[in-house]
Each structure stands twice: as C-alpha cells, then as structure tokens.
Write a protein that binds this ligand. Structure first.
Ligand SMILES: [Fe+2]
Ligand SMILES: [Fe+2]
Length: 191
C-alpha cells in the first residue's frame, strides 16, 4: 500500500522518542505496539460482553475485530521475543483500560461502539504510518508486518465511522478517547 511521504525533517519521528539509537527506537515501536494491541483486545472483549445483551447484531463484526487484534498482538509478540524486547511497564494497564473503555462505550450503544472504534483506530493509523516512515530505512521486516496491520486498522476505523452518528456528543467522546489513546502511547514509549 502507498503511505504518504510528505512529512519532512524530524517531523517523521511523530510520536517516536527523539535522540534514541535506531535499535532502541525499533524496540520502543515493538513495545508500544505490543501493549497497544493488548489494549485493543480488551476494548473488543468488553464491547462483545455488553453487546451480547444490548446489541447482539454487532457481535459477529466485533468478533472479527477481536480476531484481528489477536493476530496483530501475536505479530508484535513474535518480534518482541525474537529481539528480547521487554514488555511495556503499562502493559497490564492497557488491557484493563481497554476493557473499561469497551464496556463503557458499548453501554452507550451502537454510537458509542462506533465512536470508540473510529477514535482509537484513527490514532492507531496515524501512529502506524509514522512508524512505517521511520522503519523504511531501518527495518524492512518489521515495516512490512506493520504495513499489513495498517490495512486492517484502516478497515476498523472505517467500520467505526460507518456505525457512529455524527453530533456534539460524538465529537466530545471521540476527542476524549483520542486524547487518552495519545497519552497512553506517549507514556508507553517512555516506560
Ligand atoms: Fe490492532
Ligand atoms: Fe484495530
């Protein structure tokens, strides 16, 4: 797939930590993505539990998303084991936070689920694009795995947008979820 390459200078580092060696940066990328997929698993697990009661028609689609997140998690787990990358110190919190976010947004119904998925995956997509830009000259093996994952995260984001209802509450919720996700990524790159 084609990734936009219009980012210039140090901006291509995006959410990556500046001033680290390439090896540390690659380890950080694996560490944060491993933790992030762990959180995504929590979100969809939480949404599935609640949706079985409130929105059973959404459960098959949510199960597909959960299956993808498990596959993504295994990819980063494989890279982490192969390179001896330690887990993020916030690793357990990602899962707990994901489940809480999934349950709360699913209690808000279809719009809550769609808004959550679209907000989280929007941040994830931007984050993965920055990583791909960085990795293209550093680690093509990891880059191609992330490119494949990006395709699925884009589809998740689009599905979320399709089932969410635009409005002031939706905008407020989306911006709060995006802010929390950005903060969790920022902290996980450093812990
Ligand atoms: Fe994922
Ligand atoms: Fe996803």
């Amino acid at each position: 797939m084609t990734i936009p390459h219009q980012i210039a200078g140090n901006d291509h580092l995006g959410p990556l930590v500046e001033g680290l060696t390439a090896e540390r940066t690659v380890h950080n990328i694996i560490k944060v993505d491993h933790a992030g997929e762990h959180g995504a698993i929590g979100i969809y697990q939480g949404q599935i539990v609640v949706s079985r009661l409130l929105n059973p028609s959404l459960v098959p689609a949510l199960k597909d998303l959960l299956r993808h997140e498990w596959e993504h998690f295994r990819v980063f787990d494989k890279h982490a084991r192969a390179r001896g990358v330690r887990k993020c110190r916030l690793f357990p919190l990602w899962r707990v936070g994901g489940v809480v976010l999934g349950v709360v947004t699913a209690l808000l119904g279809k719009n809550g689920i769609g808004t959550c998925t679209s907000a989280v995956e929007t941040v994830v997509v931007e984050h993965l694009k920055q990583q791909i830009l960085y990795l293209r000259t550093v680690d093509s093996d990891l880059m191609s795995d992330i490119e494949a994952i990006l395709v699925e995260e884009l589809a998740h984001r689009d599905m979320g947008e399709e089932i969410s209802r635009p409005g002031p509450f939706n905008r407020f919720l989306a911006s709060a979820i995006r802010g929390c996700t950005e903060t969790a990524i920022w902290a996980s790159m450093r812990l």
